[in-house]
Write a protein that binds this ligand. Structure first.
Ligand code: 3PY
Ligand code: MG
Length: 257
């Protein structure tokens, strides 16, 4: 299935996504009608496990949203499992070093880029999906080109080496985690601080120079519009449970005013 975030990036377009912590199939289906390109199933900051995440990958895909998964460790097992079940891309948190990024490439990309292990899996329709039409070599090279490996920049180590990390072959983009980045900079939650804004722009430029996708996370549509205007090709705007909460708070406020 077409990877909407990648297609938009290659075409010079903007893509918009959201994190899900509701972990609900109907919620993902409902979001697909609302004009988003992708959903990030969050294994880092939610209790979701691999089996449930795999089901939601299928739900998102059938609804027309590119299913991204944020894994919860820089390890072979979660990377391989989520790619095998058909994630269109992986976001990897708390990356600190170029060495960790090279290890991730070896887990996530087939040879010649890496050392991803192979077994017939849902991702290739167990050998019968469209992306398997060129047989095993065709599937492997398509998976390498179309499945996104996206480390997060949210630690001091990653920021310090961001130009080198963004340029690593096999890295498809960088996802900025503004909360953890602000903690790393010693200014928790101060996204308007010049040091935070400079770090964010540094990551964006590193990606632009390397020809890689750069995804910014923020809390709402107005902030997303600002980041698109700054030149980000993709923005993840919010967390579905917070969007729901804020809509209900608005409703209650209007009803009880
Ligand atoms: C951060 O802001 O630290 C993130 O990882 C976004 O979820
Ligand atoms: Mg984070």
């Amino acid at each position: 299935m077409a990877n909407r975030i990648l297609e938009k990036f290659r075409g010079g377009g903007k893509s918009l996504g959201i994190f899900t912590h509701l972990l609900s199939a109907p919620a993902i289906e409902a979001m697909a009608y609302a004009g988003l390109d992708y959903v990030i199933i969050d294994m880092e900051h939610s209790p979701i496990g691999a089996e449930h995440a795999a089901e939601l990958v299928g739900v998102a895909e059938r609804s027309g949203l590119a299913p991204l998964v944020r894994v919860d460790a820089i390890e072979r097992s979660p990377v391989l499992k989520m790619l095998d079940v058909g994630a269109a891309g992986l976001i990897v948190p708390q990356v600190e070093s170029v060495e960790q990024v090279r290890a991730l490439v070896s887990y996530a990309k087939f040879t010649p880029l890496g050392n991803r292990g192979y077994c017939p899996s849902r991702d290739g329709g167990w050998g019968l999906a469209e992306n398997y039409s060129g047989g095993m070599p065709g599937y492997m090279s398509r998976a390498n080109g179309e499945t996104l490996l996206i480390p997060q920049c949210e630690t001091a180590g990653c920021l310090e080496h961001i130009e080198e990390i963004a340029a690593v072959e096999g890295v498809d983009g960088i996802f900025i985690g503004p909360f953890d980045l602000s903690i790393a900079l010693g200014i928790p939650g101060r996204f308007d601080d010049e040091r935070h804004m400079a770090a964010v722009e540094r990551v964006r430029l590193a990606c632009e120079r390397a020809g890689k996708l750069c995804i910014m996370f923020c809390g709402d549509g107005a902030a997303a519009a600002k980041y698109f205007a700054q030149g980000f090709p993709s923005v993840t705007a919010g967390l579905d449970i917070c969007v729901l909460q804020s809509a209900i708070q608005g409703l209650a406020g209007a009803a009880l005013a």
